[in-house]
Design a protein around this ligand. Structure first.
Ligand code: HEC
Length: 123
Protein backbone atom coordinates (compact mmCIF):
# COMPACT_ATOMS: atom_id res chain seq x y z
CA UNK A 1 0.00 0.00 0.00
CA UNK A 2 2.80 2.35 0.94
CA UNK A 3 4.56 1.65 -2.38
CA UNK A 4 1.29 2.21 -4.19
CA UNK A 5 0.86 5.62 -2.56
CA UNK A 6 4.46 6.52 -3.35
CA UNK A 7 3.91 5.56 -6.99
CA UNK A 8 0.75 7.66 -7.19
CA UNK A 9 2.52 10.58 -5.51
CA UNK A 10 5.37 10.31 -7.99
CA UNK A 11 2.99 10.17 -10.94
CA UNK A 12 1.16 13.24 -9.65
CA UNK A 13 4.45 15.02 -9.12
CA UNK A 14 5.55 14.17 -12.65
CA UNK A 15 2.29 15.34 -14.16
CA UNK A 16 2.48 18.58 -12.20
CA UNK A 17 6.19 19.04 -12.84
CA UNK A 18 6.13 18.28 -16.56
CA UNK A 19 4.61 21.54 -17.81
CA UNK A 20 7.14 23.52 -15.80
CA UNK A 21 9.83 22.16 -18.11
CA UNK A 22 8.44 24.53 -20.68
CA UNK A 23 8.70 27.50 -18.32
CA UNK A 24 12.11 28.54 -19.58
CA UNK A 25 10.61 28.97 -23.05
CA UNK A 26 8.96 32.37 -23.02
CA UNK A 27 6.09 33.18 -25.36
CA UNK A 28 4.29 36.31 -26.49
CA UNK A 29 0.65 36.61 -27.59
CA UNK A 30 -1.99 33.90 -27.38
CA UNK A 31 -4.22 31.73 -29.53
CA UNK A 32 -3.25 31.21 -33.18
CA UNK A 33 -0.77 34.11 -33.07
CA UNK A 34 1.18 32.92 -30.02
CA UNK A 35 4.92 33.03 -30.71
CA UNK A 36 8.23 32.47 -28.98
CA UNK A 37 9.42 35.62 -27.24
CA UNK A 38 11.90 37.18 -29.69
CA UNK A 39 13.94 38.43 -26.71
CA UNK A 40 14.94 34.87 -25.78
CA UNK A 41 16.05 33.92 -29.30
CA UNK A 42 19.85 34.09 -29.69
CA UNK A 43 21.31 36.42 -32.30
CA UNK A 44 22.33 33.55 -34.59
CA UNK A 45 18.67 32.43 -34.86
CA UNK A 46 17.05 35.86 -35.20
CA UNK A 47 16.89 35.68 -38.98
CA UNK A 48 15.22 32.25 -38.82
CA UNK A 49 12.78 33.64 -36.28
CA UNK A 50 11.77 36.31 -38.82
CA UNK A 51 11.46 33.74 -41.62
CA UNK A 52 9.33 31.51 -39.42
CA UNK A 53 6.91 34.34 -38.65
CA UNK A 54 6.53 35.17 -42.31
CA UNK A 55 6.70 31.81 -44.07
CA UNK A 56 5.77 29.00 -41.70
CA UNK A 57 2.18 30.05 -41.19
CA UNK A 58 0.77 29.53 -44.69
CA UNK A 59 -0.46 25.97 -43.95
CA UNK A 60 -0.92 26.08 -40.15
CA UNK A 61 -0.79 28.65 -37.36
CA UNK A 62 2.18 29.60 -35.21
CA UNK A 63 0.31 27.94 -32.34
CA UNK A 64 0.89 24.55 -33.93
CA UNK A 65 4.65 25.15 -33.92
CA UNK A 66 4.83 26.72 -30.46
CA UNK A 67 2.58 24.12 -28.78
CA UNK A 68 4.53 21.29 -30.40
CA UNK A 69 7.77 22.61 -28.90
CA UNK A 70 6.25 23.38 -25.49
CA UNK A 71 4.54 19.99 -25.14
CA UNK A 72 7.16 17.95 -27.02
CA UNK A 73 4.30 16.35 -28.96
CA UNK A 74 2.90 16.71 -32.48
CA UNK A 75 -0.50 18.35 -32.14
CA UNK A 76 -2.67 15.91 -34.10
CA UNK A 77 -0.93 12.56 -33.72
CA UNK A 78 0.41 13.25 -30.18
CA UNK A 79 3.61 11.51 -31.22
CA UNK A 80 6.80 12.71 -29.52
CA UNK A 81 8.42 15.67 -31.23
CA UNK A 82 12.07 15.84 -30.24
CA UNK A 83 15.27 16.92 -32.02
CA UNK A 84 15.14 13.89 -34.30
CA UNK A 85 11.47 14.34 -35.16
CA UNK A 86 12.19 17.98 -35.95
CA UNK A 87 14.94 16.92 -38.38
CA UNK A 88 12.58 14.39 -39.98
CA UNK A 89 9.87 17.02 -40.32
CA UNK A 90 12.39 19.37 -41.97
CA UNK A 91 13.12 16.71 -44.58
CA UNK A 92 9.38 16.17 -45.19
CA UNK A 93 8.93 19.91 -45.56
CA UNK A 94 11.82 20.19 -48.03
CA UNK A 95 10.11 17.50 -50.12
CA UNK A 96 6.70 19.21 -50.00
CA UNK A 97 5.70 21.30 -52.97
CA UNK A 98 4.85 24.99 -52.92
CA UNK A 99 6.01 25.68 -49.39
CA UNK A 100 7.40 29.07 -50.41
CA UNK A 101 10.54 28.19 -48.46
CA UNK A 102 14.10 27.61 -49.62
CA UNK A 103 15.87 24.46 -48.46
CA UNK A 104 18.35 26.57 -46.45
CA UNK A 105 15.52 28.50 -44.80
CA UNK A 106 13.86 25.27 -43.68
CA UNK A 107 17.20 23.92 -42.42
CA UNK A 108 17.88 27.06 -40.39
CA UNK A 109 14.37 27.28 -38.91
CA UNK A 110 14.60 23.62 -37.89
CA UNK A 111 17.96 24.35 -36.23
CA UNK A 112 16.28 27.10 -34.25
CA UNK A 113 13.50 24.70 -33.20
CA UNK A 114 16.16 22.21 -32.08
CA UNK A 115 17.81 24.95 -30.03
CA UNK A 116 14.42 25.63 -28.41
CA UNK A 117 13.92 21.90 -27.73
CA UNK A 118 17.35 21.74 -26.02
CA UNK A 119 16.53 24.85 -24.05
CA UNK A 120 13.22 23.35 -22.90
CA UNK A 121 14.92 20.13 -21.79
CA UNK A 122 17.65 21.88 -19.80
CA UNK A 123 15.85 22.08 -16.47
C1 HEC B 1 3.16 23.62 -47.36
C2 HEC B 1 2.50 23.67 -46.08
C3 HEC B 1 3.37 23.85 -44.82
C4 HEC B 1 4.31 24.82 -44.59
C5 HEC B 1 4.75 25.97 -45.47
C6 HEC B 1 4.82 24.53 -43.26
N1 HEC B 1 4.19 23.45 -42.72
FE1 HEC B 1 4.50 22.66 -40.86
N2 HEC B 1 3.15 21.19 -41.23
C7 HEC B 1 2.45 21.04 -42.42
C8 HEC B 1 1.66 19.82 -42.34
C9 HEC B 1 0.76 19.27 -43.45
C10 HEC B 1 1.92 19.26 -41.06
C11 HEC B 1 1.35 17.97 -40.45
C12 HEC B 1 1.83 16.75 -41.12
C13 HEC B 1 3.29 16.48 -40.98
O1 HEC B 1 3.80 16.46 -39.86
O2 HEC B 1 3.94 16.29 -42.03
C14 HEC B 1 2.85 20.15 -40.40
C15 HEC B 1 3.33 19.94 -39.12
C16 HEC B 1 4.26 20.76 -38.50
C17 HEC B 1 4.86 20.49 -37.21
C18 HEC B 1 4.68 19.24 -36.39
C19 HEC B 1 3.68 19.37 -35.36
C20 HEC B 1 2.39 18.73 -35.70
O3 HEC B 1 1.42 19.17 -35.07
O4 HEC B 1 2.32 17.82 -36.53
C21 HEC B 1 5.73 21.50 -36.94
C22 HEC B 1 6.58 21.69 -35.68
C23 HEC B 1 5.72 22.38 -38.07
N3 HEC B 1 4.80 21.91 -38.99
C24 HEC B 1 6.52 23.48 -38.20
C25 HEC B 1 6.67 24.20 -39.38
C26 HEC B 1 7.71 25.19 -39.58
C27 HEC B 1 8.75 25.60 -38.57
C28 HEC B 1 7.55 25.67 -40.86
C29 HEC B 1 8.43 26.66 -41.60
C30 HEC B 1 9.82 26.30 -41.78
C31 HEC B 1 6.37 24.99 -41.42
N4 HEC B 1 5.90 24.10 -40.50
C32 HEC B 1 5.85 25.25 -42.66
C33 HEC B 1 2.46 21.90 -43.48
C34 HEC B 1 3.29 22.99 -43.64
Amino acid sequence: MKTFITVIACLLWVSVAAPSHARNIKTVGSGPTINFDPAMIPLEHQESYQIMGKKCTTCHGMDRIVLTILTGKAQVTKQPFDREQAAGYGIRLIRMHNTGLKKEEIRDVIRMLQWLIDEKNKH
